[in-house]
Design a binder for this molecule. Sequence first.
Ligand code: ACO
Length: 437
Amino acid sequence: MANDTLTVTDNRTGKSYELPIEDGAIRAPDLRQIKTSDDDFGLMSYDPAFLNTASCRSAITYIDGDKGILRYRGYPIEQLAEHGTYLETAYLLVHGELPTAAELEVWTHEITFHTLVHENVKSLMEGFRYDAHPMGMLVSVLGALSTFYPEASQVDNPDVRLAQVYRLIAKVPTIAAWSYRHSRGLPYVYPDNDLGFTADFLAMMFRIGARYEPDPAIVRALEVLFILHADHEQNCSANAMRSIGSSRVDPYSALAGAAAALYGPLHGGANEEVLKMLAEIGDVKEVPAYVERVKAGEFKLMGFGHRVYKNYDPRAKIIKQVADEVFQVTGRNPLLDVALELEKIALEDEYFVSRKLYPNVDFYSGIIYQALGLPVAMFPVMFAIPRTAGWLAQWLELVEDPEQKIARPRQLYTGAGERDYMPITRRETVADLVGAV
Ligand code: ACO
């Protein structure tokens, strides 16, 4: 449309510029023509933490944060969680369409037969300290995997890329389970190709002796948790995956970086923090006092708030139902009562209402993981397993996107102007400089 433009007047010069608007956005490089003189670099946009900057075009995940909508490739998360499986969802994210029966059979076969890792990976993992954090182990081993598959550096070859997609989706649960076994001093359990993706993961985690029969209700609950965590568009770790991948490094190295980003307490580490918080509160009657301390700015309410959702996180709604199903098998986690009370009080409180702070996906997931017998240190690892499919889908989209280049943000320089090198004997300490003022 002819009027799909933005007219900007630079009040420093009085000049006006017409910038095209495409898909609700202007292109930041179009601002560069706005200059005060010929040698001016041109106007930049300043956007720490990408609050209002689209870094890519993406056809994978759609979120409407105000309405609480999440869709993978157009399919509502509620429908995928109710009817889908994790492997089907992973296929959808990676290939863009739900698989036919024949396609799913091939996909499942390829992933199942790549679950084993090289024996040297086992030796590598055995080298960690007895109490190593499983997420630190996962991040390290993911990086190390690039040394086992050097051909993965051929990122421009679609067949090579797909082979690494199979390997990563398949091997991350094995490494995840082994990192748990290691932290418990238990022998590592090899994958069992006769089991499905989720049941196999549970077996590698919990099998002692010859047989392990996971409860079908637990398998299904975990499957739903995996579906809910599979992707979430341009979050911190997806952005890390894309940023690292933009250097055309192999996907193992990029995925190690994405997992490292997920480890942080403001991202995938939040479910661990939620559990610590609920344990610290300890009792329902302590909730009001805790909420007051949050409002006084002493700390944040973990599992609450989201950069994008300014409405109830649709995943949190589904997880609440999953929690009920899990507790029917495992017995009720006593921390659930503390969580429910916290949610009730926070949702009625002006502080949280005015800031549009609602429970996010991590508020209830930790309580479920704990009921499954997982230590809190495993929670971010449980997030990384399904998110591997999302990271890979984001990476594939990036490497195939002709508009993308190596990620390289600009900065607003705030340091010293040019000055001359000072011999060490003539340098003043900061204390001298402060004293001299
Ligand atoms: N508890 C209390 N106050 C909060 C919380 C919270 N959890 N989250 C945000 N606020 C307040 C902020 O202090 C700020 O208040 P102010 O306007 O008075 O200064 C206001 O709400 C806006 O918050 P921002 O920090 O600007 O929100 P932002 O989008 O930067 O942060 C984030 C989002 C990081 C998720 C934040 O809400 C948070 O730290 N939550 C707790 C950690 C958490 O649960 N993370 C998991 C996110 S989901 C995921 O990664 C899967």
